[in-house]
Every structure is written in structure tokens, then in C-alpha cells.
Design a protein around this ligand. Structure first.
Ligand code: APR
Ligand code: PHB
Length: 405
């Protein structure tokens, strides 16, 4: 069967869902295609730290009712180096910016509910299999749903289908440049039924490896511990996880409260960027174009920032008949993407034990941490990046890419 819409959106993660809602508010029709079930999408555990820019855009989308009730607003963050703690006062150092702890899973649930309330199409277990006609005015997404093949003809395709989706692969390889960095360690993450032992997040370097204490609510803690790339969950019984967390997060006069572990997952650590983020009438947003290691908590925030940029560019087209913001999409995103890549890499290398590092590199790492403790300027740079730099609008970009419609 053939269907028509204005914007065909592949993927019901934060990027695709938010774009659909922002477009709906402006009367632009879209279809969201998601290859997983609703239950699966709503139960995937991801990170949970929102920058102010992210909260602002979710507010604009009308998606903050639960976030306002349940989100935990944090003024600061704690870094620890072998038990020596240093608090970064985010609000003070950035002129009042804060971060909000609210799980990505909950953001996704809220956006799905909003979409369902609009009555506009969101198809679960609908797999996009190819995208064609991107150099013309009527790109097409082929997809399967309920065992049948369908074609969705649209004005634009939003490739919000994550790192393993088809959108990025649709751009001819000869036109793309990919930048990739795989880290020699992973994160083992747990959800535990125990009140957080800290009011603010603790990111800890320890000679035995990194650990992070985050939270989901006053009753549920979220913790991570660095593990080896070859480790499996079988290598990490609950007792070992708590023992390592106690050691790595520990400091004099403080105890980590333990409780039943509800969930365990191992996540690889990778930095990846693919350029350009646009090919003809296909625009990538979020993980489909770039991923970061989770140390800076930027994955979701970058996906939301791309979405805001793409939304403005599409509205420039639909409301003003102008293609200039669409043409500048890659250039605008890339400035922010590379800043965030650098920060995520900095935080990752600062806080992890790299089994391959030389004694020289180990000294540099310690020296970087000392600089953070002793220099307000150094802490301010971290604070500014952590809370998120103000979004750069398309009009500020100096470069442009070829985009003909
Ligand atoms: N057809 C339809 N849907 C697809 C296809 C396909 N061929 N391929 C992938 N998808 C779906 C995935 O099932 C997923 O639900 O696209 C969605 C992409 O969502 P995310 O992976 O959440 O990506 P994004 O919206 O960019 O959000 C980025 O998610 O992975 C985290 O750390 C990341 O926080 C970041 C955020
Ligand atoms: C989380 O709460 O899951 C979280 C918080 C901060 C990070 C990564 C993950 O940097």
C-alpha cells in the first residue's frame, strides 16, 4: 500500500518522537515508524540527565507534566579521585544553569503518550527497509508492518533510527566521512532498590576503575562501574558489584547504601561521528549520526538539540519557503557535535582507568584532575559543558552544504 505524509520519521526514540510532536504543534503531518514494540521502547534503560536546553524544548513540546513533578534538579556535581572529592557548583559557575535527573525511558513514555493523544500515526513493529528517491522531491520509505509491505511518500525523511538504523547507511559511502573511537573498557550499569546515598551525582576515578553514582528517584539508585571489554554479566555477581562500588566511590566518613539489584547491563564505550547529516531530502538526527561515551551524559541531549535544529529548519521551509536553514543543518549541528564529542572524551579519559596507558599518561591524568581542584577557571569550563552550551542557530553558521530542492 502507498501512503503520503509531509515528514516521514524513522525511529521512535527521543529524536523521532520529539520531532513528531513539535511538527504536530505547527500543523505539519508526519508518520513515525518504529521497528520495536511499544513495550520494548518504553522499557529500555538509558541515561537520565537533562540539560536546561533539553528541558526547555520538552516544555515547548508540552512534554513536561511528569518531568516537573518527578525530575530532580541538581545545582552541582561531585568528582572524586581515589577518594578525594571535588564539588563543581554548576549553578554558581554558569550563572544559574542546572541539570535535571529524569530517565530517558520516562521522556520516551511521555512523548509516546503525547503522540497517541494527537491521534496521528505512530506505527510500532514497523520496520523501515529502504529509503529511495532522496535526490528528488518525493522521497519514499519502504517499510513492513503486520507482514505487509508499504511505501510512505513524503516531502522529507527524518532519520532518527539510532546507531544501528538504515538512514545513515543510505547516504552513499563515497560522500561520507566517519570518525570513530572505541574505548578499551565498558560500563556495567545497575538499577538498585535503595535510596541514593548522595544528593548529587558522584563521578569517581579510582585506580581500580571508574564508578558513577546516579539516581532515578528518592527510592531508586542508578550506579555504574567500569568493567573490561571481555566481561559478561556472569563475571559480576551482585556482591562483586557492591564491593567495587564501595571501594571506588568511597571516601572517609561516607557509606554507600546497598539494596536489591533490579537490573544489570553492560554498555560499550564509543565515540562516533558521521558527516554529513543530510543527503538530499534525508536528515539524520541523534544517534543515527553520532554517539558519545556516556560519561558526559550527552547522548540524549545531543539527540534533542539536533531535533530542535531540524525542526527550525523544516519550519523555515514550510512557513517561509526557504531552504537555507535546511542547507545549513549539517554545519550547525557539527559545531555543537564536536564540542560535545570533545567534552565527552575529556570526561571519559579523565575518569577511567585505561589498562593501556603509559606511566606518563597516568601522570597527565592526575595532573588534569589537580587542575580542576585548584583552578576555578578549569571547573567553570567543565560546568559550562556539563550543563550544555547555548544552542547555535542555523543563521550563525558560516559554512553551508549543497542542498537543492
Ligand atoms: N525502522 C524503524 N525503526 C528503527 C529502525 C528501522 N529500520 N532501526 C532502528 N529503529 C528504531 C530503534 O528501535 C529505536 O527505537 O529507532 C529508534 C532510535 O532511537 P534511539 O536509539 O533512542 O536514538 P535517538 O532517538 O537518536 O536517541 C538517542 O538514545 O541510545 C540513546 O544514548 C542514546 O541517549 C541517546 C539517545
Ligand atoms: C544516569 O543517570 O544514567 C547517568 C547520569 C550521568 C551520566 C550517565 C548516566 O553521565
Amino acid at each position: 500500500m502507498t501512503h503520503y505524509t509531509q515528514v516521514g520519521i524513522i525511529g521512535a526514540g527521543p529524536a523521532g518522537l520529539l520531532l513528531a510532536q513539535l511538527l504536530h504543534q505547527q500543523g505539519i503531518r508526519s508518520v513515525v515508524l518504529e521497528n520495536r514494540s511499544r513495550e520494548r521502547v518504553e522499557s529500555r534503560q538509558r541515561a537520565g540527565l537533562l540539560e536546561q536546553n533539553t528541558v526547555d524544548l520538552l516544555r515547548q513540546a508540552g512534554a513536561t507534566d511528569r518531568l516537573d513533578q518527578q525530575g530532580l534538579v541538581h545545582d552541582g556535581v561531585i568528582l572524586s579521585y581515589n577518594g578525594q572529592r571535588h564539588r563543581i557548583d554548576l549553578a554558581k559557575l554558569t550563572g544559574g544553569s542546572r541539570v535535571t535527573i529524569y530517565a530517558q525511558t520516562e521522556v520516551v513514555k511521555d512523548l509516546i503518550q503525547l503522540r497517541l493523544n494527537t491521534g496521528e500515526p505512530i506505527l510500532f513493529e514497523a520496520e523501515a527497509t529502504s529509503i529511495d528517491g532522496l535526490d528528488g522531491n518525493e522521497p519514499m520509505i519502504q517499510y513492513t508492518h503486520n507482514g505487509e509491505s508499504h511505501t510512505l511518500i513524503c516531502d522529507f525523511v527524518a532519520g532518527c533510527d539510532g546507531f544501528h538504523g538504515i538512514s545513515r547507511q543510505t547516504i552513499p559511502e563515497s560522500l561520507t566521512t566517519a570518525y570513530d573511537n572505541v574505548y578499551p573498557y565498558c560500563w556495567l550499569g545497575i538499577l538498585a532498590k535503595v535510596p541514593p546515598s548522595t544528593h548529587e551525582l558522584i563521578y569517581a576515578y579510582h585506580d581500580r576503575g571508574f564508578a558513577l553514582h546516579s539516581m532515578r528517584s528518592p527510592e531508586i539508585s542508578r550506579l555504574y562501574v567500569q568493567c573490561d571489554v571481555t566481561d559478561t554479566l556472569a563475571d559480576w555477581p551482585d556482591e562483586r558489584i557492591w564491593a567495587e562500588l564501595q571501594l571506588r566511590l568511597g571516601t572517609v566518613g561516607w557509606t554507600l547504601m546497598e539494596g536489591p539489584i533490579l537490573e544489570k547491563t553492560i554498555t560499550p564505550m564509543r565515540s562516533f561521528v558521521s558527516e554529513p547529516m543530510q543527503y538530499g531530502r534525508l536528515f539524520l538526527a541523534g544517534d543515527s549520526a553520532h554517539i558519545v561515551p556516556p560519561t558526559g551524559a550527552k547522548g540524549l541531549n545531543m539527540a534533542v538539540a539536533d531535533t530542535g535544529q531540524l525542526f527550525h529548519a523544516l519550519m523555515d521551509w514550510y512557513q517561509n519557503g526557504s531552504a537555507s536553514e535546511l542547507a545549513n543543518y549539517t554545519a550547525c549541528c557539527m559545531r555543537r557535535v564536536w564540542r560535545v564529542q570533545e567534552f565527552s572524551n575529556f570526561m571519559t579519559e579523565l575518569l577511567h582507568h585505561n589498562p593501556n596507558k603509559t606511566p606518563f599518561e597516568a601522570q597527565l591524568q592526575a595532573s588534569r584532575f589537580n587542575q580542576l581542584i585548584t583552578s576555578q577557571m578549569a571547573s567553570t569550563v567543565v560546568a559550562e559543558n556539563y550543563v550544555g552550551l547555548a544552542a547555535k542557530r542555523a543563521s550563525e553558521a558560516q559554512q553551508s552544504v549543497n542542498f537543492h530542492v
